[in-house]
Design a protein around this ligand. Structure first.
Ligand code: URA
Length: 279
């Protein structure tokens, strides 16, 4: 190993970085810099492509990296081809935004992979981060009660996911960039599930799926539909309601959430009777 690859303490630099918990992020920057240098030196486009591929492989040890080193469009296109197992592995490994730094584990989602119902929340809290399953804390208990009120059960024709897969520190609302980094995962979940109906729990879920379209109160009761960016499949109807954690604090709005759930149930019944997506 050359001298400049050693730290002042005489330890190999990679060893020191690993001890300080600074890999792979630091390796990523180094690899990118080295890759850029190689690309700049290369006048031959074929060599340049090979150089870029080498950089991507350096980042994760996997071919065709899913990290942000790939352009967002390439990354989204790659995620859009993953099956459930690969998606779970990619999310578990994801370093596409800063939320990975403090998570214990990423939380993909839970439920029936052939579910008609998809419920989307905001992001894992402390208990979800510890257990690896969405909505297992106090808000989750209320969500289970809401499901039971319309004769549904977690895991039985129901899938539960979040806008972001890693816990935001101190349970803060995920930032727009964090939701954007996670969006390809959520979109892939929707494409794999092909649910008949999506219920968005709270404003962050609305923001992640529909964009920054207004206050939750102004969106409730309105008809929305979600179409996957690559356009495969039909538009999926969306019902917007309050987040269970908000309902734990605002008991008076529980009646409104109940109205939303009844509307969702009616849409689903019609859709099943007609043998088509809820509308
Ligand atoms: N709140 C969410 O939005 N999601 C969870 O998984 C838990 C709490």
């Amino acid at each position: 190993m050359s001298e400049e690859r050693r730290s002042a303490a005489g330890l190999p630099r990679a060893h020191l970085l690993r001890e300080m918990g600074l890999t792979p992020q630091w390796r990523l920057r180094e690899a990118l810099a080295a890759g850029r240098q190689r690309l700049a030196e290369s006048a031959n486009p074929a060599t340049a492509t090979a150089g870029r591929r080498a950089v991507e492989e350096d980042l994760t040890g996997r071919p065709a990296s899913l990290s942000m080193a790939a352009s967002p469009t390439d990354r989204a296109a790659r995620i859009a081809r993953l099956g459930w197992d690969e998606l779970r592995a990619a999310v578990a490994d994801c370093r596409a935004c800063g939320l990975c730094a403090e998570r214990r584990q990423a939380v993909l989602g839970v439920g029936d992979a052939a579910a008609d119902w998809l419920f989307i929340g905001e992001g894992p809290g402390a208990e979800e981060d510890a257990r690896g399953e969405p909505f297992v804390g106090p808000a989750g208990k209320l969500l289970d009660a809401m499901l039971a009120a319309i004769d549904l059960r977690r895991g039985d024709d129901v899938y539960i996911a979040n806008a972001v897969k890693c816990r935001p520190p101190n349970n803060r609302t995920p930032e727009t960039a964090e939701m954007a980094a996670c969006a390809p995962y959520l979109q892939r979940q929707i494409a794999l599930l092909q649910p008949r109906l999506i219920v968005l729990l709270g404003r962050a879920a609305v923001h992640a799926l529909l964009g920054d379209v207004g206050s939750l109160a102004s969106l409730r009761g309105k008809p929305f539909a979600f179409s996957l960016p690559e356009g495969n499949g039909r538009p999926i109807p969306v019902v917007v309601t309050y987040h269970p954690a908000y309902l734990l604090r605002s008991l008076t709005d529980k009646a409104k959430a109940w109205e939303d759930l009844c509307r969702a149930r009616a849409l689903m019944r019609e859709a099943k009777a007609a043998g088509k997506p809820a509308a």
